[in-house]
Design a protein. Structure first.
Lengths: 316, 157
């Protein structure tokens, strides 16, 4: 029992500590590709520390939802992160929720963020919420279906079981094509859900193109710090999902100190690799028009659907 | 973890524990509060009006429900078939001034029209037919009870 609690605490610490680094790393990669030196990869830590110390300004027209949302968003995102195996394949909280719980924990945060965007009554917030609503409602079926494609091949919807079996190469009896299609779909979903370039631009404050930034425009001080930290964790959770579901090798399958150390090291390397990839993609593509985003998400949905179909076809 | 999780017959396949998730959410919210207290102290919040590019916001500038669903209406236009009608009556003296404008925007109520309405219509039609046996005559109802009793007796034998 105490071991389980320790593992949960360790996983929380890793998610909290690593997420600003990933955000900083993506910014650094983008800066380098634009021939800039860029800020240090540890800049987001300094940003968070500064935001926490600043005095928050809250609109007089807001309700309790506005001040409660950062905490709800932070808690739901972190709870989602605790359901994903990070550096140990069998998380103690595995029994608490499967992959469907994960998707809807993240959706809970998105829902409250949309309400908070509308709460202040500013047109920007409403615009951001409206756009987030369409993006979220289109990514959700693609996310669920791609995860089902994986769940079918491993025979479980619980992430620890999926990761553990894949890491030990057990029960993978079909050809890898459903996996690859699910991977492509989940990658598109990741980009859309975390507000990355072809869908949204995290570095912009240009009013007419933003989605996520428009919703959080009214936040400042400690509230903004929590929202920013939560979106960093959200990005890390999605990257973790991709690397650990599709390539879990190196993750600690036993609880020996050596395995744990190797698991943590390999995990940081893998996630950092994914962050570099995201940075390169952000530099290579321009942001899509809002109504072209639906095409991209349609592709993700079709890929995931094909993944599920291929599983049944290949099984015969 | 027995008694705390909802799981199908095959526990390997899936399990879910709403109370543990609720506890987790509450605990992590407290962690958020703790982090805020630890990193920044609790600076007093300043209340000020919503930022609106330097102009004073009025309730008319808020996002309306129609505006909010605009992207969904557009993406799923094949299903909802939104129609917009704008009629303008111009002044006779000049074409630049409108005497009267009429704006109409509607979407096809797909679920109401093709899912709920047929079901409701079916039951109303069935009720209309069945009204024949429920004519309001007490003697008739007593006969029904008698017939049902006889039938029940026959069945038990």
């Amino acid at each position: 029992m105490s071991q389980a609690v320790l593992l949960v605490v360790a996983q929380t610490m890793v998610l909290l500590a690593l997420s600003p680094f990933i955000v900083g790393l993506i910014r650094k990669v983008k800066a380098r590709l634009q021939c800039r030196r860029g800020a240090s990869v540890f800049q987001p830590y300094a940003d968070l520390a500064k935001l926490f110390k600043k005095q928050p300004v809250v609109s007089t027209t807001t309700s309790w939802i506005f001040t409660a949302t950062p905490y709800i968003l932070f808690a739901s995102t972190l709870a989602a992160g605790l359901l994903v195996p990070v550096f140990v394949s069998q998380t103690p909280l595995n029994f608490a929720g499967n992959i469907i719980a994960l998707v809807y924990l993240l959706a809970l945060g998105t829902f409250f963020l949309m309400l908070a965007g509308l709460d202040a009554g500013s047109a920007f917030g409403g615009m951001g919420s409206s756009r987030e609503a369409i993006v979220a409602s289109l990514t959700e079926p693609a996310a669920i279906l791609s995860i089902f494609a994986i769940a079918l091949t491993t025979g479980s919807t619980n992430l620890s079981t999926i990761v553990h079996k894949t890491a030990l190469l057990q029960g993978i009896d079909t050809a890898p094509s459903p996996h690859l299609m699910a991977l492509a779909a989940l990658f598109i979903v990741t980009i859309a859900e975390t507000g990355r370039v072809p869908v949204d631009n995290p570095a912009t404050h240009l009013e007419l193109t933003m989605i996520h930034e428009a919703m959080i425009l009214e936040y400042s001080g400690r509230y903004l710090a929590l929202v920013e930290w939560a979106s960093g964790i959200r990005l890390l959770v999605f990257l973790t999902l991709i690397v650990n579901v599709f390539a879990p090798w190196g993750i600690a399958t036993t609880l020996t100190p050596v395995a744990l150390g190797v698991g943590l090291g390999v995990y940081i390397l893998k996630v950092a690799g994914m962050a570099v990839l995201i940075g390169v993609i952000e530099s290579m593509f321009a942001k899509l028009r809002l109504f072209r985003v639906t095409d991209l998400l349609g592709v993700a949905f079709i890929l995931a659907l094909l993944g599920v179909l291929f599983f049944y076809i290949l099984r015969g | 973890m027995d008694g705390w999780a909802v799981a199908p017959v095959n526990v390997e396949f899936s399990s879910l524990s709403p109370p543990v998730l609720a506890f987790l959410l509450a605990a992590l919210s407290l962690l958020g509060l703790g982090l805020v207290a630890a990193f920044g102290g609790l600076a007093k919040t300043r209340f000020y009006k919503t930022w609106g590019c330097g102009i004073n916001l009025t309730p008319r500038m808020e996002y309306t429900a129609t505006g909010f669903v605009q992207p969904i209406k557009r993406v799923f236009s094949a299903i909802y078939q939104p129609t917009v009608k704008l009629e303008t009556e111009l002044l006779e003296e000049s074409r630049y001034f409108a005497k009267r404008r009429r704006f109409e925007s509607r979407i096809e109520p797909v679920f109401q029209k093709y899912l709920y309405d047929p079901v409701v219509a079916f039951f109303i039609a069935a009720a209309d037919r069945l009204r024949i046996i429920q004519a309001g005559s007490l003697h008739l109802y007593l006969t029904y009870i008698f017939v049902v009793l006889v039938l029940l007796l026959l069945i038990t034998i």
